[in-house]
Design a protein around this ligand. Sequence first.
Ligand code: AMP
Ligand code: ZN
Length: 123
Amino acid sequence: MTPKSPPPADCLFCRILRGEIPSTPLWQSEKTLIIADIAPQAPFHALVIPRRHAADIGEFMKEKGGPSELSDLFATALALIEDRRIDRKGYRLVINTGAEGGQTVGHLHLHLLAGRPLGWPPG
Ligand code: AMP
Ligand code: ZN
């Protein structure tokens, strides 16, 4: 369960999606927006954000249309990965979920990290 899940009116990523807070868009589809992370943890760090508000992956998948929207989330990430040739050296897609999963924004998002060797296991 994700502790912090504000309503869409107050949600940081919903506000970015509505254009109320500035961001650096990198790619988009009808259902997904990809922006640059404001505090990059790697030379390339993007956030792949579904336009529909859901606190986390569990909530997102329970809604009608969730599986096809999840497919769009990954397909849109892959379009950017192919366009930037990020697949040449490798990358990581991560979904932090809940307090112990390291989630700080209660709106589902994929992290796309690349540009340096990424350690495993993560901290
Ligand atoms: P998480 O901690 O997995 O929920 O990821 C939230 C991410 O959102 C973090 O990597 C933050 O750096 C990033 N973030 C927070 N505020 C902004 C913002 N205004 N624009 C872009 N990224 C942000
Ligand atoms: Zn939201």
